[in-house]
Design a protein around this ligand. Structure first.
Ligand code: MLC
Ligand code: AMP
Length: 505
C-alpha cells in the first residue's frame, strides 16, 4: 500500500457523499468534502517545502479543519505533533525546539507570542482559528482539492505525542502508522463499530483518547461523529439522542450523573459508553447502570501504547477493572525490582507488548531503554494485578503522576517552579481526591527559615509558566516535609493527611 494509514482510514472513503462530521450548528461535512479539504491542506504543507518525516507542531482549537490538518499530515507523510491548547509559551517552546518542528500551526491569538520562537528555531508559522479562519485555510481554499498521497509504510512515523516524566522533562513518544492503525482496527472489532455508528465526540483532539481512539476508530469503521468543540453538558445532552456511542474520561460521566436531564430515555438510542484515561470509580459504574441501564465499558491505555486492555463488549463489564488484554497485546505483571513475572493475583508493575507499542522517545535513547525492554515489553509505570477470571485491575502507580480530569500532571514539573520562588525552601506536589476531576493538585511548601512566602505571588508565577490544569488548587505551608530514613519525601503521608480537602462535607 502506498500510504498504509492514510489509505486505510481516509482513502477508503473517497467519493463517499455520506456524512462524516455533524456540527453543533447543524452543518454536516461529508467524507468527500472532508477529503477535499484534507488534500487542499496537504498541498499547502508540501508547497511550503515540508518533506516526509518532518514534524508539524499544532496548537489549535478543535474544529473540522483541525482534524483535516491531522489527515493532511498523514497524507503528506508528515509527523503530526498535536499540543494541548492550555500549554503556555514556555511549555510550547520546549516541544517545538525538542521536536525540531519546521512548521507551527497555531491560533491567530498566539501568533505574536510564538513568532520570536519560530524565528529563532527557523520554523514557519501558519494560523488556524476555531472558526476555520486564518492563513492556513485561506491558502488551502485556493489550492487543488486533490493530492498525490506520499508513500509511507507501517514502520514510518505518523505522530509525536509529548508525555511528561518523573524528572520534569517531557518526552516525545514516537508513534508509527502501524501502531495507530493496528489499534484502531482492533477496537473497531472489539467494540463492534460500523458505518451506522454516530459517535458523540466531546474530547479534545490533541491526545490519544480523542484523536486516535475516538476519531481513528470512527474513520476505520466508516461511521460519523457529532463533533463538539469541547465537553459542554448542555450540548452533550442536546445531541445524545442522535448518537449511538460516546467515549469519555470519568469526569464526563460524573458530570452527566449530576445532571437531572440525563435519564434512561435520553440514553435510549445509545449502544455504547466507553470510559478511560483515568480510573472510573466502581460507584460511578453502578450509578450509571441504575440511571440508564447501560454498563460503561472501561478500557486502559497510554500515550505510548494506545489501548492495552478493554472490558468485553459481550460478557461481563466488571466495575473497577479494565478488562482483558486486547487481541495482539501481551500483558504481564512483574516484580519492579527483578522484572520477574509474578503469579496471577499478585500486584506488580504492568508491562505490555504488541503492535500498539510505540517506537521509543524522540532522541532520548536512555529513557527509551529504561522503559522499553529489548524484548519489546514496555514498562507502563502502572501497578496492577490479574484476578482469577483474567480481568486486569489497576491498583496504583509506580510513577509520581496526578491525573486530573483525564490530563496527566507530573508533580516534578510544578515542584521545579515552586522551589524557585522567593522564601520557599522546598516543595512537594501531590494529588488529592476531587469530586469533579477525580484528582486535583495540592502544593505543600516549606518556607525558608524566618520567611513567609507570598502565596498569591507564587500562584501568579506558576500561571506564567505552566498550563492552567497543572496549577495547584491550593498551596499549604508546612514547617517540614515528612521523610523516611533514606531522606525521601513520604508523599503517601501527605496524601493521607489532605485526602478530604476537596471532598464535599
Ligand atoms: C480544565 N481545567 C482543568 C481541567 N480542565 N483543571 C484541572 N484538570 C482538568 N482536566 C481548568 C479550566 O482551565 C478552568 O480554569 C477550570 O479548570 C474549570 O474549567 P471547566 O469549565 O470546569 O473545565 P472544562 O473546560 O469543562 O474541562 C474539563 C474536562 C476537560 C474534564 C471536560 O479537562 C477534558 O475534556 N478532559 C479530557 C482530557 C483527555 O482527553 N484526556 C485523554 C488523555 S489520553 P479557570 O481558571 O478558567 O477556572 C490518555 C490515554 C488514554 O490518557 O488512556 O486515553
Ligand atoms: P497518558 O500518558 O496521558 O496517556 O496517560 C496514561 C495513564 O493514564 C496510564 O498510564 C494510567 O495511569 C492512566 N489510565 C488510562 N486509562 C486508565 C483506566 N481505565 N484506569 C486507570 N488509569 C488509567
Amino acid at each position: 500500500m502506498p500510504n498504509l494509514l492514510f489509505d486505510s482510514l481516509f482513502g477508503i472513503h473517497a467519493g463517499k457523499t455520506t456524512p462524516f462530521l455533524h456540527l453543533a450548528d447543524g452543518r454536516t461535512i461529508t467524507h468527500e468534502a472532508f477529503l477535499e479539504t484534507t488534500a487542499q491542506i496537504a498541498n499547502v504543507l508540501t508547497r511550503s517545502g515540508l518533506k516526509a518525516g518532518d514534524r508539524v507542531a499544532v496548537q489549535v482549537q478543535k474544529s473540522p479543519e483541525a482534524l483535516a490538518l491531522y489527515a493532511a499530515c498523514v497524507q503528506a507523510g508528515l509527523v503530526f505533533l498535536p499540543l494541548n491548547t492550555a500549554y503556555t509559551v514556555d511549555e510550547l517552546t520546549y516541544f517545538i525546539e525538542n521536536s525540531g518542528a519546521l512548521l507551527i500551526v497555531c491560533d491567530g491569538q498566539s501568533e505574536a507570542a510564538l513568532a520570536p520562537i519560530a524565528e529563532r528555531l527557523n520554523a514557519k508559522i501558519e494560523t488556524l482559528n476555531a472558526d476555520g479562519g486564518g492563513s492556513l485555510m485561506s491558502q488551502a481554499e485556493a489550492a487543488p482539492a486533490s493530492f498525490a498521497t506520499v508513500n509511507r509504510d507501517g514502520e514510518d512515523l505518523a505522530a509525536f505525542l509529548y508525555t511528561s516524566g518523573t524528572t520534569g522533562r517531557s518526552k516525545g513518544a514516537m508513534l508509527t502508522q502501524n501502531n495507530l492503525l493496528s489499534n484502531a482496527q482492533t477496537l473497531v472489532k472489539e467494540w463492534r463499530f460500523t458505518d451506522k455508528d454516530v459517535l458523540l465526540h466531546a474530547l479534545p483532539i490533541f491526545h490519544t483518547h480523542g484523536l486516535f481512539v475516538a476519531s481513528n476508530v470512527t474513520l476505520a469503521a466508516g461511521g460519523s461523529m457529532i463533533f463538539l468543540p469541547k465537553f459542554d453538558i448542555d450540548a452533550v445532552i442536546a445531541q445524545m439522542p442522535k448518537a449511538t456511542a460516546m467515549m469519555g474520561v470519568p469526569t464526563f460521566y460524573t458530570r452527566l450523573l449530576d445532571d437531572g436531564r440525563f435519564t434512561r430515555e435520553l440514553a435510549a438510542h445509545m449502544r455504547l459508553f466507553v470510559s478511560g484515561s483515568a480510573p472510573l470509580l466502581a460507584e460511578t459504574h453502578v450509578q450509571f447502570e441504575n440511571r440508564t441501564g447501560h454498563r460503561i465499558l472501561e478500557r486502559y491505555g497510554m500515550t505510548e501504547t494506545n489501548m492495552n486492555t478493554s472490558n468485553p463488549y459481550d460478557g461481563e463489564r466488571r466495575a473497577g477493572t479494565v478488562g482483558f488484554p486486547l487481541p495482539g497485546v501481551e500483558l504481564k505483571i512483574t516484580d519492579p525490582e527483578t522484572g520477574a513475572t509474578l503469579p496471577q493475583g499478585e500486584v506488580g508493575q504492568i508491562e505490555v507488548r504488541g503492535e500498539n507499542v510505540f517506537k521509543g522517545y524522540w532522541q532520548m535513547p536512555e529513557k527509551t531503554a529504561a522503559e522499553l525492554r529489548a524484548d519489546g515489553f514496555f514498562i507502563t509505570g502502572d501497578l496492577g494485578k490479574i484476578d482469577e477470571d483474567g480481568y486486569v485491575h489497576i491498583v496504583g502507580r509506580n510513577k509520581d503522576l496526578i491525573i486530573s480530569g483525564g490530563y496527566n500532571i507530573y508533580p516534578k514539573e510544578i515542584e521545579l517552579v515552586l522551589d524557585e520562588q522567593p522564601g520557599v525552601l522546598e516543595s512537594a506536589v501531590i494529588g488529592v481526591p476531587h469530586p469533579d476531576f477525580g484528582e486535583t493538585v495540592l502544593g505543600v511548601l516549606v518556607p525558608e527559615k524566618g520567611q513567609s512566602p507570598d502565596l498569591a505571588a507564587i500562584q501568579d508565577a506558576v500561571k506564567g509558566s505552566l498550563a492552567r490544569f497543572k496549577h495547584p488548587k491550593e498551596l499549604i505551608l508546612l514547617s517540614e516535609l515528612p521523610r523516611n530514613t533514606m531522606g525521601k519525601v513520604q508523599k503517601n503521608i501527605l496524601r493521607e493527611q489532605y485526602k478530604d480537602m476537596f471532598q464535599p462535607a
